[in-house]
Each structure stands twice: as structure tokens, then as C-alpha cells.
Design a protein around this ligand. Structure first.
Ligand SMILES: C[S@@+](CC[C@H](N)C(=O)[O-])C[C@H]1O[C@@H](n2cnc3c(N)ncnc32)[C@H](O)[C@@H]1O
Length: 285
């Protein structure tokens, strides 16, 4: 555990080495040293250095919460990371949801024209977010949106109809399949920048129909095969329902097994809210 100050800390729980962190991609950042954040790095506790400003001690201490709000943007406005700090800080102070943190992280990885996969499209909110990231004037970015429930695909389709024009809607390919079969949906020669999982059951739907650890693991393996270097597997895990904890353990052990040279694996966990959703990010260097 790395203690930054008595009042403000970042702790990294490592299962392997303790090196100095370096972030190979300038488009990607998880370690924001000003934040009160407990992050379990599944396979390394190396400190991420992305060329941004280091926290400066004030009277022997790193800044406290009130200071964080007033100086939360250490990145220039045009930086690839601008906005990320604000969202993570808001999350830590209970002002943003786990999915919003995930969306902001996607923003720093996904580019216009990319191909991405929503592995659990549900009501379509994540699909819409992804579409906004990949759609460009050339219309060559695609979102492959998968779900095992017809209702979920209908909901996603409806949301898209209400939110985007028909050209953009055509960039979303809906598939009524299990995410473990994602390789059947995406054309073979295509590199995928982001595979996102928002696990659990369909909000407003049948709670018995939910993601299960065995198929989630198969899907993670498939995602690993088709993800490009510089790509991200993003997972939001819910532990409040039956099977949720087991699924979290499966995801964690998958992440912990990814080699340190090629992957950076993080989770953000609320320590005093044991049922809070847990964002997990697996970044392929
Ligand atoms: C929490 S919801 C997703 C929320 C969604 N991303 C959104 O923005 O509204 C989880 C979804 O996973 C779907 N699901 C469950 N098992 C699945 C599987 N094996 N493959 C694909 N989708 C699955 C459920 O049907 C449900 O719609």
C-alpha cells in the first residue's frame, strides 16, 4: 500500500511486481495521484506516468478534498485527458456513477472510425455513448451491440431511433447472441478498439436473465483475441445480485492472469459500499 498522506491516499494492491509505473499510451490514464482512490491493480502496482503534473505537497501534505475541487484539472484543456480527472473526482465524492466513469475512460481510448463492441447492450445507453465516439463524417466507425434478449435489442433500437439520424443508426449492428460468440458478429479482418461489458440483468427486465461467470469468462477470452493493441476491455460488475460476487471473482482472476508486459488492469472499488458497482479496465498496451 502506498500512503500519499494521512488525509489523502492512493493505494495499489499488487499481486506481482512493485515497479515504477509508466503508461505507454498517452491516450490512456487510470492513475490520478490527487485522488482518494483505492485501486487494485490486478497484475502490477507500477506507478502510471503519463507526462502529467505530479501532485505538489502543501505544508507537507498532498491536497485535501476541498483543494481537489478547485484544482481538479491539471491537464490543459486540449489534453487527451482533459475531463477525466473531473469525472473520477466526482465519482469519488458520490456525484457520478460507475458507468459515467467508464464512459469517460472510453473517450480517452476510442477514436472516430473505430470498431467497438457493446457486449451487453441492454437498454442501449452504452451503445449510444459508443456510437457518439466512433461515428464520423465518413461513417466508417461501427458499434457491434450484442444481447441475449430480444427486448434489450428492441430497447436499444428504439433509443437509437430517438437519439440519432438514420445514417448514424446504421453504424450500429445489433446481434441477438451471447457475447461469448462475439467473434461471429465482427468481420474477421477488423481490429476492435473497445469491448465493453455492463454485467448483470436488464434494468426494468427479468432479473433472472443475467450474465453468468462461465459465459462472461468465454466472452473475455474472445475479447482478448480480437482487441487491438491500444484497445480496452471495460467491465462494470454488479455484486448485489445472486452470482454477482462469483462473477467478480471470475473477472478478477481473468485480469490477474494477463501478462504485465502487455496489459494494465485496474479496478475501482468503494470500500464502505460493498454492493456498489465496480468498474474494471483492462488496457492492452
Ligand atoms: C446491465 S444490462 C446492460 C445495460 C446496458 N449496457 C445499457 O446501457 O442499458 C445487462 C445486459 O446483459 C444481457 N446479457 C446477459 N447475459 C448475456 C450474454 N451471455 N450475452 C450477451 N448479453 C447478455 C442482459 O440481457 C442485459 O440486457
Amino acid at each position: 500500500m502506498l500512503m500519499l498522506s494521512p488525509r489523502l491516499w492512493f493505494s495499489s494492491i499488487a499481486s506481482h511486481s512493485h515497479n515504477t509505473l509508466s503508461c505507454s499510451s498517452p491516450r490512456f490514464l487510470f492513475f490520478v495521484p490527487r485522488l482518494i482512490l483505492t485501486t487494485a491493480l490486478c497484475n502490477s502496482s507500477r506507478k502510471l506516468c503519463c507526462g502529467y503534473q505530479k501532485p505538489i505537497k502543501q505544508n507537507g501534505f498532498f491536497p485535501v478534498a476541498s483543494d481537489l475541487q478547485s484544482c481538479s484539472s491539471s491537464f490543459p484543456k486540449d489534453s487527451a485527458f482533459s475531463g477525466l480527472e473531473d469525472v473520477v473526482v466526482s465519482y469519488l465524492f458520490g456525484k457520478k456513477r460507475a458507468t459515467e466513469v467508464a464512459h469517460m475512460v472510453w473517450k480517452h481510448v476510442v477514436q472516430k472510425g473505430d470498431t467497438v463492441i457493446d457486449a451487453t447492450c441492454g437498454n442501449g445507453f452504452d451503445t449510444l455513448e459508443m456510437l457518439n465516439l466512433v461515428a464520423d463524417d465518413a461513417h466508417d466507425g461501427y458499434v457491434y451491440a450484442l444481447d441475449i434478449q430480444e427486448d434489450a435489442l428492441d430497447n436499444t433500437s428504439l433509443l437509437l431511433e430517438k437519439s440519432v439520424n438514420s445514417n448514424e443508426k446504421h453504424l450500429v449492428k445489433l446481434f441477438n447472441i451471447c457475447h461469448s460468440k462475439m467473434e461471429n458478429a465482427v468481420p474477421r479482418n477488423v481490429s476492435v478498439r473497445l469491448v465493453a461489458f455492463n454485467l448483470g440483468y436488464l434494468p426494468g427486465g427479468d432479473k433472472e436473465i443475467r450474465t453468468k461467470s462461465d459465459t462472461t469468462l468465454l466472452a473475455l477470452e474472445a475479447a482478448k483475441r480480437i482487441l487491438m493493441p491500444g484497445g480496452l476491455i471495460s467491465i462494470v460488475v454488479y455484486v448485489g445480485h445472486p452470482g454477482g460476487r462469483e462473477e467478480l471473482e471470475a473477472v478478477e482472476s481473468f485480469a490477474a492472469g494477463l501478462c504485465v508486459e502487455n496489459w494494465i488492469c485496474c479496478k475501482i472499488q468503494m470500500l464502505n459500499r460493498p454492493c456498489a458497482p465496480i468498474p474494471i479496465f483492462l488496457y492492452r498496451r
